[in-house]
Design a protein around this ligand. Structure first.
Ligand code: SF4
Length: 215
């Protein structure tokens, strides 16, 4: 079984192209300032059988997916489920316009990721490592703090991501996904963005309930 926080398609703000986004549930790292505190509890989210990944990826491919982004939560807390998902994507037929790439976020460092998910680095094209640190802001695309590194682990990763390692967009890519009873910010906001958005929404009369970035 895998315990997931959420799944969205298409995600366009975390990696290039149109992506299946899978957020794993559970994170013991507990970075101060984390925008996704709702993903921390190991018993939160919802369980799905690992066999569900194949159907989800097939549906994403049918919808034009060019890649997979795994985030969390902390994916290394569920190494078996993570490996299963990565193998599903690796073994699936390629989309017509080239192979799908895999981008994984982890709050661990590269050597820790390799130890916690044996064989994982061989199934990942691009890996963003390191915990979020509020005291080290960055304008690098897809990263929340300057300590976080984008590792290119395959030829496909080098081909598709080399131009993004030092890329600093004027505005970070973002999406807002509106569900039946919740709203999700998808992307990596710059410092102050979430507070600004919260103020704007509250002054517009929107009841935000308990935002995931608030303790
Ligand atoms: S930023 Fe990532 S690693 Fe840090 S607490 Fe949040 S989910 Fe965990």
């Amino acid at each position: 079984m895998a315990r997931l926080a959420r799944v969205f398609f298409p995600v366009t703000a975390l990696g290039p192209g149109r992506r299946l986004g899978v957020w794993f549930q559970g994170c013991p790292i507990a970075c101060p300032g984390c925008m996704s505190r709702d993903t921390w509890a190991a018993d939160g989210g919802a369980e799905v059988p690992e066999s569900w990944f194949a159907a989800a990826w097939a549906a994403a491919l049918a919808g034009g997916a060019t890649g997979l982004t795994v985030s969390g939560g902390e994916p290394t807390e569920q190494p078996s489920a993570l490996l299963h998902l990565l193998r599903v994507v690796r073994s699936a037929p390629h989309p017509a316009d080239g192979p799908a790439d895999v981008l994984v976020y982890t709050g661990r460092e590269l050597d820790e990721f390799a130890a916690l998910v044996p064989g994982g680095p061989d199934l990942v094209d691009a890996l963003i490592t390191g915990p979020y640190r509020t005291a080290e802001p960055t304008t690098l695309v897809w990263r929340g703090s300057a300590n976080q590194r984008l590792h290119l682990l395959s030829d496909l990763g080098r081909e598709r991501y080399a131009g993004f390692v030092a890329h600093q967009p004027e505005r970070p890519p973002m999406q807002v996904v509106v569900g039946d009873d919740d709203v999700h910010y998808v992307g990596v906001p710059r410092p102050g963005t979430l507070n600004h958005m919260e103020r704007l929404l509250r002054t517009s009369g929107v009841d935000l309930g308990r935002p995931s970035w608030r303790p």
